[in-house]
Design a protein around this ligand. Structure first.
Ligand code: ATP
Ligand code: SF4
Ligand code: MG
Length: 388
């Protein structure tokens, strides 16, 4: 019979365990500056799972790496990242080393590149324990066996002495999770942890993450392209577009009533008839804008049929989608003309693409449509005027 893995007692902080404010990251080279992340803010409560979604290149991984303090030296970082009240932006590498692996840890998409092929998995898990908790070699090995059991690896007492190449992809990812949670970090960042795995293995990894959250109270930032994973695993969702946060909501609210046109485009393609079974983020027509500038405008405007002069003339702030709600409301969007709650003018319901690759009237130099900013805003859209 295997021993039960002891579950460490954790003091639950009253506020968020991770608080990111106005985070910006840019990469400078001789010829250009890439603004990969531009003013992203979010909070993560203890034990919460926050999914981060958005098209490729929108800054999900750069945000994760910034939070881990793992950006390359070419990166310029601004804003604030507070982990259990401790500021990480501007912290020295020595300070970050104390935090990484102990208070915050990360798992990546491809475990084989993160594991050392010439060390046993027990040794690799043990190293973290020896470094951060000062365990002896023998104690670290015993704890490694417990951790392998915690992440669902069968016969952990035997597996602990195996090398990464002796394990399947799913088992290697479980080992990565064991390393990540070895010191019981308050926050785990999982950047596409299941993307390289087949569907049945993916489900097992998600179960492990869920059980860690339930048993250890680990808060998780889950970066994923898979909307099925979001629906299954997340409490809240942060939608990113071109380096900016465009919507943030409890998962149910986002699926039931996404307010930002970009979110509607992502979800509409999945939820519309014939879209069932489509789990990964769909391709949306039109190009993601260059990240070379930080325009004082909505960067989604060239792909949005709701765009008007306001959208192209000023950057929408991140604010509550319901007028009555306060600034810290759970459902917020950065859009001048968000969809109203229950508004069904879905991009695909009436054949009109809210998300389009065609130039908007504004972009084409024509008069912009007047769109309602809120449910009770008397603004009308051209199709409503025409009685369509
Ligand atoms: N070291 C770097 N130097 C210069 N630009 C970078 C660097 N790392 C990332 N970028 C740029 O930052 C932007 C955001 O990249 P990031 O990897 O965060 O995207 P992502 O949302 O994680 O995409 P994916 O879904 O494909 O993983 C991209 O334009 C990328 O080319
Ligand atoms: S309505 Fe305007 S602000 Fe909102 S997403 Fe479209 S272009 Fe951006
Ligand atoms: Mg990425």
């Amino acid at each position: 019979m295997t021993e039960t893995v002891p579950e460490p007692a954790r003091k639950t902080p009253a506020g968020p365990v991770l608080s990111v404010r106005d985070l910006s990251v840019s990469f400078r080279s001789d010829t250009r500056t890439v603004h990969a992340v531009d003013g992203v803010s979010y909070d993560l409560a203890p034990g919460e799972v926050l999914a981060v979604v958005g098209e490729s290149g929108c800054g999900k991984s750069v945000t994760s790496m910034a939070t881990m303090g793992l950006l390359p030296p070419t990166a310029r970082i601004g804003g604030s990242i507070r982990l259990a009240g401790r500021e990480l932006v501007g912290a020295s590498e020595k300070e970050l080393q104390k935090v990484r692996g102990k208070d915050i840890a990360m798992i990546f998409q491809e475990p084989m590149t993160s594991l050392n092929p010439v060390l046993t998995i027990g040794r690799q898990i043990g190293e973290v324990l020896r470094r951060h908790q000062g365990l002896s070699r023998k104690e670290a090995r015993a704890r490694a066996v417990e951790l392998l059991e915690l992440v669902g690896i069968p016969a952990p007492a035997r597996r602990v002495d195996e090398y990464p190449h002796q394990l399947s992809g799913g088992m290697r990812q479980r080992v990565m999770i064991a390393i990540a949670v070895a010191c019981d970090p308050a926050v785990l960042i999982a950047d596409e942890p299941t993307t390289a795995l087949d569907v049945t293995v993916q489900a097992g990894i998600l179960e492990v993450l869920q059980s860690l959250r339930e048993r250890l109270g680990t808060a998780i930032v889950l970066v994923t392209h898979d909307l099925g994973v979001v629906a299954d695993a997340a409490d809240r969702v942060l939608v990113m577009y071109a380096g900016r946060a465009v919507e943030q909501a409890p998962v149910y609210d986002l699926f039931a009533s996404g307010r930002h046109p970009y979110t509607r485009g992502l979800l509409g393609a999945v939820l519309r008839p014939g879209g069932e079974g489509k789990r990964r983020l769909p391709e949306i027509p039109g190009l993601v804008p260059s990240l070379d500038s930080q325009p004082d405008a909505c960067t989604f405007a060239p792909r949005c049929s709701r765009a008007d002069d306001t959208c192209t003339g000023s950057r929408p702030g991140f604010r509550a989608v319901d007028r009555e709600a306060g600034a810290d409301a759970p459902h917020r969007a950065a859009c001048w003309h968000p969809y109203a709650d229950g508004e069904t003018a879905d991009p695909y319901a009436d054949g009109e693409a809210a998300v389009s690759g065609e130039p908007t009237p504004v972009a084409a130099g024509r008069e912009a449509p007047r769109t309602p900013a809120r449910a009770d805003d008397p603004g009308t859209r051209p199709d409503q005027e025409a009685g369509k």
